[in-house]
Ligand binder design. Structure first.
Ligand code: ZN
Length: 404
């Protein structure tokens, strides 16, 4: 494949006029020009010299089986299992068409997402590679109980982890703190104490599963880090008092030291803190207080922490992920290679598939996304995916799924 511009998923600047050699579903070589020995009739040359190539994007926080409407969740809660399954498949198709070749589902009711993962993996429906948690774990009257199963103490949490393991999930999602959009919740307080959270994480790790903790409140972040969490979703550092942020630099340092992934859903990350989260009263040692969650994580970024970008979108809105990445380039002032890196190589590691996907290099699966033109001068082209390759097969062309 000839690439006008190639972002390989690392933080390296893009390469011009590179050639990516594919064979049997894998990348076998990345070089500066088309190899002469491949210009014979046994090989096919795919010419994307007028386009930009990136790794297939990885959205590590989505809700495929959950539709968005005026009151998220509640109309959905009346949908049938079959309807939810169809919704998940449609979401997968929308994501794939936008250039997303892998997603991590972070919560849907019942085992609908497990079924969707299997249907896509079996080739019955076009869609991204899926990693799923089934329903999330939450308390009675807890955040996201309409997409979760309830567990109110350490014993119940361990039992749910074991049940979900048998049901075939890939990871565990626990609502460590409250959230928004529920009638019964408090996003500034933890839902589980330190012992309970450590019980979930410990038992999941024993069974070979990673754990994603939804954390708005700092008390929840602190407990999750102490318990050995793998990914912290949102990581808002909310103080208990309304309108305050309680950033803890020591816990932030532990996040870096322990290699914890921080999952920043982009729409909320770019929003001013003053609109929803509040402002800190004191920022000792900081030149100026952070304006948004991106700036709130400046110390973790500077220390090389593993921040990843996600959409946290529902249903067919999964297709907006590359659009959000383009917005991040413009609004956060980051280079395209960083936006791509945090949406490919970093989430691949978080999902435990860092050896297989996420970077365009020899030995990895040939998952590629192609965007028109030059992303350096036109980052918004991320929102106009032209072609997608999955395991060396062209699955999306001219913006639509290829039917065989
Ligand atoms: Zn979510």
């Amino acid at each position: 494949m000839l690439c006008g511009l190639l972002y390989d998923g690392t933080l390296a600047p893009p390469r011009e006029n590179a050639a990516v050699v594919l064979e049997d579903g894998s990348i076998v070589e990345v070089r500066d020009a088309l190899p002469e020995d491949l210009t014979d009739e046994r090989s096919t040359v795919v010419d994307h010299r007028g386009a930009t190539v990136t790794p297939g994007l990885i959205d590590a926080h989505v809700h495929t089986a959950w539709g968005r409407d005026e009151q998220p969740g509640w109309a959905w809660a009346r949908e049938s299992e079959v309807g939810r399954f169809a919704w998940a498949l449609a979401a997968g198709r929308a994501a794939l068409t936008a250039g997303v070749t892998t997603v991590r589902d972070c919560g849907g009711p019942g085992m609908v997402t497990v079924l969707a993962r299997e249907a896509i993996a079996a080739g019955l429906h076009p869609g991204p590679r899926m990693r799923v948690c089934g329903p999330c774990l939450t308390t009675t009257a807890g955040h996201g109980d309409f997409i979760g199963v309830t567990a109110d103490d350490a014993h119940e949490l361990r039992k749910r982890v074991r049940e979900l393991t048998v049901a075939g999930v890939d990871h565990i999602k626990v609502m460590a703190t409250g959230g928004d959009m529920d009638p019964h919740t408090n996003r500034r307080r933890p839902q589980y104490d330190d012992t309970e959270l450590a019980a979930v994480i410990g038992d999941a790790h024993r069974l070979g599963l990673t754990v994603v903790a939804h954390c708005n409140a700092t008390t929840g972040i602190r407990a999750a880090v102490a318990g050995g969490i793998d990914t912290i979703a949102h990581c808002n550092w909310l103080g208990e008092r309304e309108g305050t942020i309680d950033y803890d630099a020591q816990v932030a340092q532990r996040i870096v030291d322990q290699g914890v992934f921080v999952d920043l859903n982009l729409a909320a990350t770019m929003r001013p803190l003053s609109e929803f989260d509040g402002l800190a009263e004191a920022w000792s040692g900081w030149e100026e207080p952070p304006a948004n969650r991106w700036e709130l994580h400046r110390e973790i970024r500077a220390a090389g922490g593993r921040l990843l970008f996600s959409s946290d979108e529902f249903g067919q809105d999964l297709a907006s992920f590359p659009v959000l990445l383009a917005e991040a380039v413009r609004r956060l002032g980051i280079p395209v290679e960083e936006a791509v890196h945090r949406a490919s190589a970093v989430p691949a590691l978080a999902l435990g598939i860092g050896d297989a996907v996420g970077v365009v290099e020899a030995g990895r699966s040939a998952d590629l996304a192609i965007f028109p033109g030059d992303l350096r001068s036109d980052p918004d082209a991320l929102g106009r995916c032209a072609e997608v390759w999955q395991s060396g097969v062209r699955v999306v062309s001219d913006g639509g799924v290829v039917t065989s």
